[in-house]
Design a protein around this ligand. Sequence first.
Ligand SMILES: [Mg+2]
Length: 217
Amino acid sequence: MAFPWQDISWVLLDMDGTLLDKHFDDYFWETLVPDEYARKKGLPLALAKDLVYARYQREEGTLNWTDIDFWSRELDLDIPSLKEGIRHLIEVHPDAEAFLQFLRQQGKKVALVTNAHYKTLNLKMNHVGLLDYFDEVISSFDLGTPKEDMRFWEILQEKISFNPDHTLLVDDNAEVLDSARRYGIKYLLFKAKSSSQQDPESHPDFPSIESFLELMD
Ligand SMILES: [Mg+2]
């Protein structure tokens, strides 16, 4: 793919699944949290899983979804310390750092835009050491609304003054790409390979990349 880099000034990058391996989050929320919940409440694992998953479903697409303090209260577990306990499993996608270096060489402005809670963001970025590559690091919690909400992009635009016609967003969440499209961000790419443990899945509504290497020709 010959990507039109000459037309891009800002690059907005999602964190989980896009730069970092989503396997960490899948394992944490789908396995570790239900296990701990079952243990704490003395429930059979299958029942604990049903209860926990039903609660996840209720909060999908809201700020609660990634608010680890909310989940600590909701599930009566110490979510930050559980995350801390498996920090060694946090991994960067193999192509991500080369891409960030490429963007720096190209002189692009780069922002990390994530729905992750500050505590998660800090834990992960301190672990992987990529913070120096970003001009801006934005959590939805700073802006008061998740990326799935079009207002996120409005507020972000006021904050960092990107021009939507010259901006690229890469995300592994199609709802996020959709809200960015409605706002008017011109270049949108779906990250089809979000977890090292799952096959890549492209999206019918957006151009997809499996690897950032496809953008570095
Ligand atoms: Mg993501």
